[in-house]
Write a protein that binds this ligand. Sequence first.
Ligand code: ADP
Length: 445
Amino acid sequence: MNNEHSAAHEEASVGARLLLGCIADDFTGATDLANNLVRAGMRVVQAIGVPDQPLDTDADAVVVALKSRTLPVDEAIAQSLAALRWLQAQGAQQIYFKYCSTFDSTAQGNIGPVAEALMDALAGLPGGDFTIATPAFPDNQRTVFKGHLFVGDLLLNESGMQNHPLTPMTDANLVRVLQGQCRRKVGLIDYQVVAQGDAAIRQRIDQLRAQGVGLAVVDAISNDDLLRLGPALKGMPLVTAGSGVAIGLPANFGMAPSRTASALPAATGLQAVVSGSCSLATNRQVQAFIRTGRPALGLDPLQMAARKTAGADVVAEALAWAEPLLGQGPVLIYSSADATAVKSVQGQLGVEVAGALVERTLAAIARGLVERGVRQLVVAGGETSGACVQALAIRQMKIGPQIDPGVPWCHAQTGVASQAGLHLALKSGNFGSDDFFSKAFRELI
Ligand code: ADP
């Protein structure tokens, strides 16, 4: 009885500290959002999936990373509502639904349906009948002007996103796109209103509400627009956006940028990089690391498949290569290759078989490296990162200082490492400067 009482009390007191509860529709997008919040002064934990226990660490915001972007609508809604319930149980004062800065969705969703399901769940709260929607992040070349999304200088539907295999974006008019996914009426808060600041934005929201609008796309053509938008969102139960809007929210809770927000435990242990990304930036990073003269082991998927068929243990072989070298500094194990090589491998093994083979192998290698004392691990590739985090059974990560835009160091507990835990940098394909693999470790000192 007593135990139950004190557990409930502990949960309530931890919950009372959680300010912002975030639901992200994919893994690297979650990290991107968390990184912006940390830079604006919040202490942030990223959870991988909906946690099954109360939050056991101090945080101002939690980002629950789902993989709901391309799930069937009903499943995306169910997972998002489960995340909402957990965040509310931790006392979250405001909910932030995060999607991609290119508004990745199909004609059916999932942005609109998930946003509306969250609105339905929050309808009882003051202001719960209205929310905003904007993927704008001008510093990252995503601007919204008169409701139209630009990627750099190009309209969304001319940016290459019109050919995306899963979520082709063929219309840059977000009011129209979102309206096609929503039951509620969708409106627009345009750049002229945003330029006038907080009071004008609130006035426009009241006007839209009176017109029966439930969601409004918001223009932002500079990061200053996002900072002007921030105060107008104070107290709004639900915000839906890309990661950009996050730069203006921590100030609503009295928080300002500080070094303590990104503080992580001191780094210990050995260093390694595992790279399964074949993006242009990653290929440059692999070459730059090799030029430093540090040890690098390239894995060819065709050889990998052949050696596996012959009964060889490619994971054990890679670890045997790495083990004697780890004491002298970072090592790199990579499958990264240029587009021609990747096409040829995919042609012979099949796209999915090649991808899964490489992901599984690199994830097992990452786990083996941590078992051998690596405590500072850089992983390149979004899918590769997901596989490594899964192999290491990591459930949550504290977000630390930024290495390059969108890529912070994180710290996680894993049953594979000792109590001291593991420092991780999870880099999605095209992020990071050419010297990222060396620079990342310098940033931890
Ligand atoms: P990115 O973030 O650059 O898109 P991902 O890790 O998300 O990187 O995706 C890269 C995919 O390519 C993974 O499924 C990975 O297993 C696969 N892959 C990696 N190396 C090769 C290769 N040499 N040939 C074919 N596929 C590869």
